[in-house]
Design a protein around this ligand. Structure first.
Ligand SMILES: [Ca+2]
Length: 107
C-alpha cells in the first residue's frame, strides 16, 4: 500500500523541518524530535534553500518574519509554528511573495 500524496506531503514537511531544526543541535546528545526548533539562522537557511525566498539576506526581514512566526515568544520556531507558516504561504502566496520576495514558479 502506498502512502497518499497528502500523507507524503506531511512527511516531507516533517523531514525538512527536522533536517534544518537539528543543524544547530548536531552535537547534542538529545535526539528527541520534539525538542528540535528552528533558530533564526536555521529559519533563514530553510527559507533560502527550500522556499526560494530572495530577501532573506536582509536581516531585518528575517527578524520581522521570525517575530510573526514565533507565537509563543521563545525566539525559536517549533514545528507547529512552522506548519502555520507553510499554510500561510499556501494561502497568501501573493501577499508573502510581494513582502518577502518569494520567487514565482516557472511552470
Ligand atoms: Ca516559538
Amino acid at each position: 500500500m502506498t502512502d497518499s500524496r497528502v500523507t507524503m506531503a506531511i512527511q516531507t514537511l516533517m523531514q525538512v523541518f527536522h533536517e534544518y531544526a537539528s543543524k544547530d543541535e548536531a552535537h547534542s546528545e538529545t535526539r528527541d524530535m520534539n525538542q528540535f526548533k528552528l533558530s533564526k539562522r536555521e529559519l533563514k537557511e530553510l527559507l533560502q534553500k527550500e522556499l526560494n525566498f530572495e530577501n532573506v539576506k536582509d536581516s531585518d526581514k528575517v527578524d520581522e518574519l521570525m517575530k510573526e512566526l514565533d507565537s509563543n515568544g521563545d525566539s525559536q520556531v517549533d514545528f507547529q509554528e512552522f506548519v502555520i507558516f507553510v499554510v500561510s504561504v499556501a494561502c497568501m502566496t501573493k501577499f508573502l511573495g510581494e513582502k518577502f520576495g518569494l520567487k514565482r514558479g516557472t511552470s
